[in-house]
Design a protein around this ligand. Sequence first.
Ligand SMILES: [Zn+2]
Ligand SMILES: [Zn+2]
Ligand SMILES: [Zn+2]
Ligand SMILES: [Zn+2]
Ligand SMILES: [Zn+2]
Length: 259
Amino acid sequence: MSLSKSDSGSISTDRISDHCLVYDICLCPICQNILWKPVACKVCENAFCSKCITTWLYKQYRSRPICPFNCNYRERKCPSILLNLLSKLKVDCRYKSIGCENIICYEALERHEDECQYQMKQCKGCEKSILLKDLDDHENECDMIDVICCKCQYVYKQKEMKNHNQIRCLENIMERKMEEALKKQQQMFEQKLKLLEENYREKLSQDGRQINNHHSNYSGDNLCIHNRKHCSVIEIKQSTIRQQKRRHNAPFNPFIFYK
Ligand SMILES: [Zn+2]
Ligand SMILES: [Zn+2]
Ligand SMILES: [Zn+2]
Ligand SMILES: [Zn+2]
Ligand SMILES: [Zn+2]
């Protein structure tokens, strides 16, 4: 399918209605088409399609932008007299070759072409290109379109519609409810596990602090009261704590029972 030049952001002169006068100043000096979204050079006042001048300046690779007429380009609005001339133009729709017979005034062109029923759009199901005017009909029939059942929220292809009977629908509802319940249970279990782990760590660090403080509690005369037998009991407790701490640094697994 070949479309006319407004694809590239400008309108070729052969799309202008016969009875319209096309003045030279309505043409872009860069692309030689009808000016499209024009801007002008502040110095020489020549107008260009905004896309054309942007590309032009980009290709210059210079620190100072130079206009196609060799002046230091600074942008200004397109002169209103020129906009006025452009607004008098009547233009063929870019989809004329596919069947659109509309002739649209310059200013309404963009809106018409955005909505033109003769543009191709992709079907959401089979991804074939279809004329916009035929798209609704096609998608209503297209086997590959996704359909959502309003009862069970199940998504299936339109061609499987007849397989989706009441029994299938009920099965889906049950399946979903079970999945939801299972998910809820799992969440609760994970919360409990987290709490258990936090308590366990807190307990370990408390025990550790008590034992570390043990010897600093004895000084002078008190140290005699603190006899060897008492101390060895404490030492056994300390080594147990050290063991627990080593295990504690390993990944937490509540299913391993520590002796
Ligand atoms: Zn241009
Ligand atoms: Zn200039
Ligand atoms: Zn059209
Ligand atoms: Zn389709
Ligand atoms: Zn259903």
